[in-house]
Design a protein around this ligand. Sequence first.
Ligand code: NAD
Length: 371
Amino acid sequence: MKKQVAVLPGDGIGQEVMSAALDVLKAVEEQFGHQFKVFQGDIGGVAIDRHGTPLPAETLELCKSSDAVLLGAVGGPEWEDNPVHLRPEKGLLGIRKELGLFANYRPIKTFEALRDASPLKRSVVDGVDFVIVRELTGGLYFGEPRERRGQHQEVAVDTLQYEKKEIENVVRKAFDLAATRRKKVTSVDKANVLESSRMWREVVEQVAADYPEVEVEHLLVDVAAMKLVYQPKQFDVIVTENMFGDILSDEASMLTGSLGMLPSASLRADGFGLYEPVHGSAPDISGENRANPLGMVLSVAMMLRHSFGLEEEADQVEKAVQEVLNAGYRTGDLEGIEKIGPVCTTSEMSENVVEHFQPNYAMSGILAAYM
Ligand code: NAD
């Protein structure tokens, strides 16, 4: 398979984790005989410094002409006092909107080797494996009007607005995903209070009729927040509006314990997607080769699966990550969690993943023991 990938490392540890993830992508390429052409672009703070804008036109063009986008992270104290239109995060919001990426997937899966990383009891987090599908380009974060009013600006207004089609698009994605998993969709809303939520429920019921094999449940967002920490295993795919998804996905990230482990995908209907770790640019450890690259590496696996349909390759990357953790390798953020080996640097961690990626790795280990 031949594909073009736009690579936007961004700021801070974005550069470091991206470099690690590209090593893993190269290993996939070599092992499976694919050709991934990689072109680099600027976004965020580095783009402001080099081009005077967080999302240069050439970066957008590069992304539009590619088959998928990998993004590291944006932001940092250097740009904190910039006016709003010159903030690195504007680049992120802009690229999602410009590329029409309306569905954000965040898989929440606990790794056996890291179950003590969670602040919750083992009995609660063991075996957790679900995906939050968050609507990304509508709802409260984008609705108009949003403004301050009154003589003394003492009134503030935001608007939660959805069109049926926007809801249908993201809900279909959730059902398609559930159909490939354990066949359950939990739709989260606030239908006892919000009109937009009542319409959300209607649309979910309409779409559900096309997926008779998928079980559907509706939960109010407050109940969902509670169930995420006391019965997280009950979930398979959760679908929800933009702000609810933002909040619930951060809550859910704590089930796995470390921000550095979490990948995400932002997709549109045709399978095109932008893949990035959930964490930010971590200015406190940037440039020290200490960042955990696994969230970025797992984002590469999501790209292989969701944009390129390469299930086997994606499984293999995820398996390699699992094996590296089982073997006791830990970056600093995971230090102390059943650590067996010494603390790894970012580049050592990706080298370990690449090494475990070899198909005959387990066999060669067994043979080596007899030689
Ligand atoms: P952050 O995610 O960058 O860091 C939070 C904490 O987690 C820090 O202590 C950091 O060292 C640690 N951490 C994060 N990722 C890690 C990794 N891979 N390995 C090891 N440790 C890791 O969040 P923040 O400090 O609130 O934000 C820093 C900057 O990043 C801000 O400018 C913020 O706006 C930006 N940000 C960007 C994104 C994005 O690009 N998607 C997301 C969140 C924050």
